[in-house]
Design a protein. Structure first.
Length: 404
């Protein structure tokens, strides 16, 4: 059975538990595959924590910034966490699957971890939440190395089968796709009726009860590693809102393939066959027919990576609402959202839990999004799709297609 090593040695209990609960969440679908998590301790003296006792009563040591649901997963790791002294070279033994480097502030630390990786033929994963932008994504990607190829193939096959069912049910119907920009709030407040169409919503709108009640969406989309599949209190609230939204038996969730087992953990069993994961890869052009190839182009935005490729696979008529964008002069800051004050107050916790995630080049992200949107819509229209934008937008490709 594989072992994991957390490295370097921990200086205090707060830092230790911060990392332990990240491991508990990131590896939850694979917990039965892990034999041992080795934890070196350098906090002075012998650590007095009884790890199994702490896991049995995890809620008392779990940070208030973390999703409280993670405490319920802790018991699946009983007997797996082993605390050792700071010198780990001769303690890890065989079957070391991965070295999770939780502090990358010192180059010698990373170099030594890489040397250990070569020695034990194990993968080195940099998961420092203060310095790595994609700490969550890198952890989850590594977690899947603990599954067999057959299990991964089964995951893809189940999602593709479910997607084919969606195609059979709804192909050819007009779709209204809603972003969660500020104009979405006006659509909901003024009850702007999109008409007899399929409705698709994404991200924070999934937890917006007023928007869900008015729009009555059929398709839900999400795919952010931190805000949707991360360890934070905000991500946990999102998942609880998602679980509530999925109680409607006519709703389908579409997300990135790797997140499917995590959303199954936090939704009712009767929802699981309605959670569809779609893979993505780096490619030169967009795939707008997922029936033929069940992969999308990897982009940094939910609309270009999932919403519009799915919409184009289903329909030749697509209306877009709520994709406001921003002036290019404002592109050095994050997006604005419908119900902005409430959204940002909830989001502040993710800045504490995943500080490295927010060290981003927003200007480059926005330019990339605008280029991707232009390329995708041009391809859609050249292949016979009709795209209309129903709310004003600063995004050039959307602004050109705006029809009030």
């Amino acid at each position: 059975m594989p072992k994991l090593l957390l490295y370097p040695a921990f200086p205090d209990q707060e830092t230790l538990f911060n990392q332990i609960f990240r491991v508990i969440w990131h590896f939850a679908p694979m917990a039965t595959r892990i034999d041992q998590v080795i934890i070196p301790w350098a906090g002075g003296g012998t650590i007095s924590v009884d790890m199994d006792a702490a896991l049995q009563d995890a809620g008392t040591v779990l940070s208030k910034d973390f999703d409280p649901y993670i405490a319920t997963l802790a018991k699946s790791y009983l007997g797996k966490f082993q605390i050792v002294g700071p010198g780990v070279e001769d303690l890890v033994g065989d079957d070391l699957a991965g070295i999770l480097v939780w502090n990358t502030s010192q180059a010698p630390t990373v170099r030594f971890a890489q040397e250990l990786g070569r020695k034990y033929e194990s993968q080195v994963v940099l998961v420092d939440p203060t310095r790595r932008q994609q700490e969550t994504l890198e952890s989850i990607r590594f977690a899947y190395t603990l599954w067999t190829p057959g299990e991964l193939n089964d995951l893809v096959a189940a999602s593709y089968s479910a997607f084919c069912g969606v195609l059979e049910r709804w192909r050819g119907k007009k779709i209204s796709a809603f972003g969660n920009g500020l104009s979405l709030g006006r659509v909901v407040r003024e009850k702007i009726d999109p008409g007899p169409t399929l409705r698709a919503v994404c991200n924070s709108t999934i937890g917006d009860s007023a928007a869900l009640e008015f729009l009555s969406p059929n398709l839900l989309f999400c795919g952010d590693p931190v805000q949707h599949c991360g360890v934070s209190l905000y991500a946990g609230e999102f998942r609880r809102g998602l679980a509530d939204a999925m109680k409607d038996p006519d709703r389908i969730l579409l997300t990135q393939l790797g997140y499917v087992p995590y959303f199954r953990l936090t939704t009712a069993p009767e929802c699981h066959d309605r959670i569809i994961g779609i893979g993505n890869d780096r490619r030169a052009t967009f795939n707008l027919n997922l029936a033929e190839e069940f992969l999308t182009a990897a982009t940094a935005n939910i609309f270009t990576m999932l919403v519009l490729p799915v919409a184009c696979s289903l329909s030749h008529e697509i209306d877009i609402y709520g994709c406001d964008g921003m002036p290019f002069t404002a592109a050095t800051k994050p997006w604005s959202h419908s119900d902005e004050d409430d959204y940002m107050s909830k989001m502040s916790v993710t800045h504490r839990v995943h500080s490295g995630f927010w060290k981003r080049n927003y200007e480059e992200e926005y330019w990339s999004y605008c280029r991707d949107m232009a390329d995708l819509l041009s391809l859609a229209e050249s292949s016979g799709r009709k795209v209309q934008v129903k709310t004003p937008s600063f995004v050039p490709a959307l602004a050109q297609r705006f029809r009030a």
